[in-house]
Ligand binder design. Sequence first.
Ligand SMILES: *[C@@H]1O[C@H](CO)[C@@H](O)[C@H](O)[C@H]1NC(C)=O
Ligand SMILES: *[C@@H]1O[C@H](CO)[C@@H](O)[C@H](O)[C@H]1NC(C)=O
Ligand SMILES: *[C@@H]1O[C@H](CO)[C@@H](O)[C@H](O)[C@H]1NC(C)=O
Length: 402
Amino acid sequence: MACKKRCSSRQTKWALIGSASVVLVFAFGMVLSFVLQQRTQPGCEQEAACRPDADMLDYLQSLGQISQRDGLLVTWYHAANSQKEMGAALSSNAMVLEADVTIEGLNTVNETGVPVMAHPPAIYSDNTLQQWLEAVLAFSQKGIKLDFKSLKAVGPSLALLRRLTEDGRVRRPVWINADILRGPNVPISIEVNATQFLALVQENYPEATLSPGWTTLYVPLFPNRTYTRAMVEKMQGLVGALPQKVTFPVRAVMVRAAWPHFSWLLGQSQRYSLTLWQGASDPVSVDDLLYVRDNSASHQVYYDLFEPVLLEDMLELCRALWQPVSFQLHAGLLGQNTAGVVARLLAASPRATVTVEHSPLRGNYASVRAALLAARAMDKTRIYYRLPRSYREDLLADVGRN
Ligand SMILES: *[C@@H]1O[C@H](CO)[C@@H](O)[C@H](O)[C@H]1NC(C)=O
Ligand SMILES: *[C@@H]1O[C@H](CO)[C@@H](O)[C@H](O)[C@H]1NC(C)=O
Ligand SMILES: *[C@@H]1O[C@H](CO)[C@@H](O)[C@H](O)[C@H]1NC(C)=O
């Protein structure tokens, strides 16, 4: 009996010491990770670029994450909703996190009014918006894009953002997305009420960049059905007079066919950009994306694409195009595939030119004859030659013969 009492008090003591150490170690870990975070990530230093209403490209450039104001350089993480997904997103290289907000138990008897991170049809989540924001703001510098499928979630979410912003904690751009107009191939009205959505943002969180979109359905049977001029003009009517930056989410697979409308829209304000997005099974081609890129400024379009390879191909082609628009190729290195390489470069942009060069030190005319002739056969106006005079004469003679 005596022992029982003494032992239990000893146990209590050890338990107390034990939990105190756990708390200490945890606190130490938190401080350390915070310090490391500060060390490894240069803070956002240009004040104007570190605000919720800042331009995303300015922000990422001020962090040194992108080298120039080009939407193609921005990388995205999708549906970073559950604790697990959020953790993966936070430890990824993605520059901007996209996540979906709904109300816990939406439209059931269990509805609580608490914004949680879930994509419809899910209405429950192990992650509330508050937890999400706390984690993302504390442990990353990633940009934030919140997607709302229901108007009910907008008010309470903006109130949370308001509080955190007033505490000085939201030092990065925040995008607020909702589909507010009916778009291509959608037979029924499922969009978020536009006037109410826009009013909520103006009243509660005017700092946000608006991302107002159209509901869409892609029907492979009718690939030509796309956004109409009326849809695009209606959007301009809604947001044309607002003060915020606006980025319009556009389904990439349908953008080319509607390009005249989106080109018109981009021309309506300096505040506008497009965010091209891809449905999981949408057949988006590099060709379509290059078309958009060639017909817009690089800061006007973001590429939030499902297939990573698509973005890699775009980057590869455009990396060359950022520098001089003229490609310098060494004839001796072109090998068997001259026509393919040259065609690809010329197709990358109507502005692209190719200069094929060769030095006699790298081999005689015969060694590059096939490559030069292949290039010449591809195009006569956009391919130039930097060759020793005798090689040039030989090439002209060969071309004349063929
Ligand atoms: C509400 O919550 C209860 C308890 O968690 C659950 O059993 C019930 O299925 C929920 N009702 C609806 C409509 O989701
Ligand atoms: C959106 O909400 C407003 C205000 O409640 C209402 O007047 C309007 O009819 C709604 N618009 C649509 C398209 O339902
Ligand atoms: C799409 O193509 C089909 C078949 O060519 C044509 O009948 C239809 O009118 C086109 N639709 C649009 C919106 O251009």
